[in-house]
Ligand binder design. Structure first.
Ligand code: SF4
Length: 294
């Protein structure tokens, strides 16, 4: 038998609503899902039951060195639900000492107590989907959060990192969003650097079929940076981040020394990984195994 995967991706597909650029496998639940007292909405509970079965269904399991809980919006789950998931892996696969356990969080879906709960549950790295610090840009992109939410989340993450409670964290931005010209992008980068995130992911906006943005583009109603502006934005990104000590280790990923994502690297180095949940893709032995988005 080939070497067994040492990494697992878990997809939590729930979001409060769908952002205007997003074509991911997402289940929008609205604003009123109950998560803090008890175990969330019925849909979330049912999904977790199936997810558990899927995780247990793998016949040959081996201890994991990276786990990545992505979405969707995993921070819609409460800390107990995250703990249960991690314990499931601990008890059935084993988790290596020093394993990297990452969770994506959305600025409008967790508070400082939740953050400490996630850390107690075993998360040691976070990826914050900030996208921008500019309220107008966030609103145009259909995001639920505001600049103040991003700032608060960054301060909490910086504090727990400075206090040694987590190994690392990442701030995620989207480059070339509507109405983000050179000036706004420079402000976004400078605002990000104020919090010294050890890792920054910068994704270029893609206009995907079926999204609100695609409809607006077709109607000629979306103002996007042109090619020259995009080029200048990219140059600025490289210049500013390099000058601040970051190295670009993958196309969208920049890190300070020692803070690259070990889980990301698994995807590019040919090592296999398990993937659990809706719309996720496993690659246990080199070939890819797709699951449906629905
Ligand atoms: S929060 Fe992320 S996954 Fe959810 S709709 Fe927005 S971009 Fe898509």
């Amino acid at each position: 038998m080939n070497k067994l995967p040492r990494s697992a991706y878990i997809h939590i597909p729930f979001c409060h609503r769908r952002c205007f650029y997003c074509d991911f496998a997402v289940i929008p639940l609205g604003n009123n899902i109950e998560t803090l007292n008890g175990y969330g909405s019925k849909t979330v509970k049912e999904y977790l039951t199936f997810l558990n079965k899927e995780i247990l269904s793998i016949k040959h399991k081996s201890p994991l060195s990276t786990i990545y809980i992505g979405g969707g919006t995993p921070s819609i789950l409460n800390p107990l639900q995250i703990k249960d998931l991690i314990n499931l892996f601990k008890e059935n696969y084993g988790i290596d000492y020093g394993a990297e356990i990452t969770m994506e969080v959305d600025p409008a879906s967790f508070n400082e107590d939740d953050l400490h709960g996630f850390i107690k549950a075993g998360i040691n790295r976070f990826s914050l989907g900030a996208q921008s610090f500019n309220n107008q840009i966030l609103e145009q992109a259909g995001r639920r959060h505001f600049s103040k939410d991003v700032e608060k989340s960054c301060s909490w993450l910086k504090r727990v990192h400075d206090n040694g409670l987590i190994k690392s964290w990442s701030l995620d931005l989207i480059q070339n969003l509507p109405i983000s010209s050179f000036k706004e992008w420079q402000e976004d980068l400078e605002n990000s650097l104020k919090f010294c995130p050890p890792h920054i992911s910068i994704y270029d906006l893609n206009i995907e079929p079926g999204t609100v943005f695609k409809k607006l583009v077709d109607l000629g109603k979306l103002s996007l940076p042109n090619d020259d502006d995009s080029f200048k934005n990219s140059e600025l990104t490289n210049l500013l981040l390099r000058a601040s000590g970051y190295s670009r280790y993958e196309i969208s990923n920049y890190s300070l020394p020692g803070h690259h994502s070990r889980h990301n690297r698994v995807y590019w180095t040919g090592l296999g990984w398990w993937s659990f949940g809706q719309g996720s893709t496993s690659s246990p032995w080199g070939g890819e195994v797709y699951k449906t988005k629905n």
